[in-house]
Design a protein around this ligand. Structure first.
Ligand SMILES: O=C(CO)COP(=O)(O)O
Length: 151
């Protein structure tokens, strides 16, 4: 049976953009500055450095995406340390670290994390009434998988 995890009113939001999408993310962040500043922000290295210049609030910066930052985010998701990921990934260019990108997208879905991969979805996420409230999300039940070798 699925269990529940409470998201607090202050959400832990990861912001990530591939190089060709950084301008788009920065523009979106500038527009949504006030709302974003009321949450806890995390970002991959380069994205985070650019965000701090605009937001003037602390952003927890991980490694740069291709150097392990995407995997760090994946680990945070698996450990229940992230609520939302806004990932402006580039659909028109292969990345050197495509395997890491795929792993991040997969683990976000596996743990039922809120994930927006483009600006329209990010708009809907940020304007959701649930952003300001405590909200319980279900954690999928993987006990069948975990116990598969025990019988
Ligand atoms: O490559 C990224 C995500 O896959 C983003 O990394 P940077 O923010 O370090 O550019």
């Amino acid at each position: 049976m699925d269990s529940l995890r409470k998201m607090q009113p202050v959400k832990r939001i990861a912001l990530v953009a591939h190089d060709n999408k950084k301008a788009d993310l920065l523009d979106w962040v500038t527009y949504n500055k006030t709302v974003l500043a009321s949450h806890k922000l995390i970002a991959t290295g380069t994205t985070g450095t650019l965000l701090e210049k605009i937001l003037h609030v602390p952003v927890k910066k991980l490694m740069s995406g291709p150097l392990g930052g995407d995997q760090q985010l994946g680990a945070m998701i698996a450990e229940g340390k992230l609520d939302i990921i806004l990932f402006f990934w580039d659909p028109m260019m292969a990345q050197a670290h495509d395997s890491d990108v795929k792993a991040l997208l997969r683990i976000a879905v596996a743990w039922n994390i809120v994930i927006a991969c483009n600006r329209s979805t990010a708009d809907f996420v940020l304007t959701s009434l649930l952003m300001e409230e405590e909200h319980a999300i279900s954690i999928p039940d993987y006990s069948g998988y975990l116990n598969r070798m025990k019988e």
